[in-house]
Ligand binder design. Structure first.
Ligand code: PA5
Length: 432
């Protein structure tokens, strides 16, 4: 199992303070599981890992294989919770240079931004490629993915004709509502349903995440199995001292109350960059409301020690950090001995590069703790689908508990409508 270590986060707050929150954390966990808290009609994600059937997995895998056999490139269209989970898992479990190796299919993303140059360059790139589209939108009305889909659907139909295009477009959307559902029914696309009671940022273990992840060749069964392990480990029947989600929720709320308003999620493996992006949406949209909430930020170490390191070490003392560490890397690279030793690195010759990275991690932890930055540490034995599944579910469960502990409804996002209203009015959309 992945593990959580809070020892280096104690100092500003005490262990007693954290454990004093045990009843509260447990009550919040029970409120989730008994559906008695705020936003309780959006709790379908809670038991997804233990309730996903083999038949569902086989069906998703079959669709993924169909796309893999037909397409050099699969464009995943979606924004926010409709793409970040898939990208997090795919980036974490793919080779760093796979994209240069004509590995089929290559997954690219669209609809996660509004960029004319991006869409031009993507359309251009797809011109002589065989490609397919997974169009993901729960509401089916979000501007960014709708815009990208309109452009890429046209490009695909022009390239292969309407009939073949239909076979290469998969829609993942609401069961009955929304423009994407209407379009999918009209065009006869294969579809997957995002359950009514699962919000976008909690949807990575539905077809929203599972289909693109399967297209990337990743074992979704292992991902779900890992998440199911964590579903068990974080249940409300598990005592506080053994329950990582309750402990994480409790400690981050205590640290926040002590005046540290920013949580920085750090990793020492660049493949986890998008896990942090996914986590930022999960916690930012869930907790940032009612004029409160920890601000979720992220860094990739050691790269960002050379850019953000100064601020973290000596800037305003308003931060704490949560570090994701991978115990064992997938491959072995040793530091070679060099006769001339002009770079002075022979003292580490014969050591693994990961050993150097681990010493950087330890040195950073010591420096940051000395500098007044509480340090929470999450360790994955290795980076694979199972442990990643555990990590995703751990963060989701802790997010629900943490949101309840801070008194907000973690399952709505009223604030994201404000810019949309202005944008539609400026664009003269009828009705705005
Ligand atoms: O978490 C959320 O609900 C949002 O961030 C959505 O994921 C995002 O806005 C995309 O919405 P939709 O899937 O409806 O296009």
């Amino acid at each position: 199992m992945i593990t959580l270590d809070i020892n280096k986060a104690l100092g500003t707050i005490t262990k007693e303070q954290v454990y004093a929150q045990a009843c509260n954390a447990d009550a919040c966990n029970k409120a989730l599981e008994n559906k008695t808290g705020k936003g309780s009609d959006f709790l379908g994600w809670l038991h997804l890992p233990s309730s996903t059937t083999d038949a569902e997995i086989i069906d998703i895998q079959a669709t993924a294989n169909h796309l893999r056999s037909k397409c050099e490139i699969v464009v995943v269209i979606g924004i926010g919770g409709s793409y970040l989970g898939a990208k997090a898992v795919i980036d974490a479990l793919s080779g760093s240079f796979d994209f240069l190796e004509n590995k089929k299919p290559l997954i690219v993303y669209a609809g996660h931004l509004i960029g004319e140059d991006y869409l031009y360059e993507l359309s251009n790139y797809l011109e002589k490629k065989s490609f397919g589209i997974i169009n993901i939108s729960k509401s089916g009305t979000t501007t960014e993915p709708a815009l990208a889909f309109r452009i890429l659907k046209k490009r695909l139909e022009e390239a292969v004709g309407k009939d073949e295009a239909r076979k290469r477009i998969i829609a993942v959307t609401d069961k009955t509502r929304g423009a994407l559902r209407t379009l999918a029914t009209k065009e006869g696309y294969k579809t997957y349903v995002i359950p009514d009671d699962v919000g976008g940022r909690f949807s990575v273990l539905t077809p929203v995440g599972l289909l693109p992840i399967a297209v990337a060749g990743i074992d979704i069964k292992q991902l779900i199995a890992g998440a199911a392990d964590m579903e068990k480990a974080t249940g409300s029947d598990v005592k506080f001292e053994n329950n990582p989600a309750e402990i994480y929720a409790a400690i981050r709320n205590e640290i926040y109350k002590s005046g540290k308003k920013i949580e920085i999620l750090a990793n020492f493996n660049p493949k986890l960059h998008y896990v942090s992006e996914w986590w930022k949406q999960l916690y930012g949209e869930s907790e940032g409301k009612d004029n409160k909430g920890i601000f979720p930020a992220s860094v990739d170490f050691t790269s960002d020690l050379h850019s953000m390191g100064q601020w973290i070490q000596e800037g305003e003392r308003s931060i704490f950090e949560t570090v994701i560490s991978i115990a064992t890397p997938q491959y072995t690279v040793e530091v070679p001995f060099d006769e001339q030793d002009l770079d002075g690195l022979n003292f580490m010759a014969g050591k693994r590069v990961d050993y150097v990275n681990k010493m950087a991690e330890l040195g950073t932890q010591m420096a940051h703790v000395d500098g007044g930055v509480p340090n929470i540490r999450i360790e994955l034995p290795e980076l694979n689908a199972c442990y990643l599944g555990q990590l995703l579910y751990f963060f989701e469960k802790a997010c629900g508990i943490s949101g309840y502990m801070s008194g907000v409804n973690p399952f709505n996002q009223p604030g994201v409508e404000a810019y949309k209203k202005n944008m539609f009015s400026l664009l003269n959309k009828p009705g705005y």
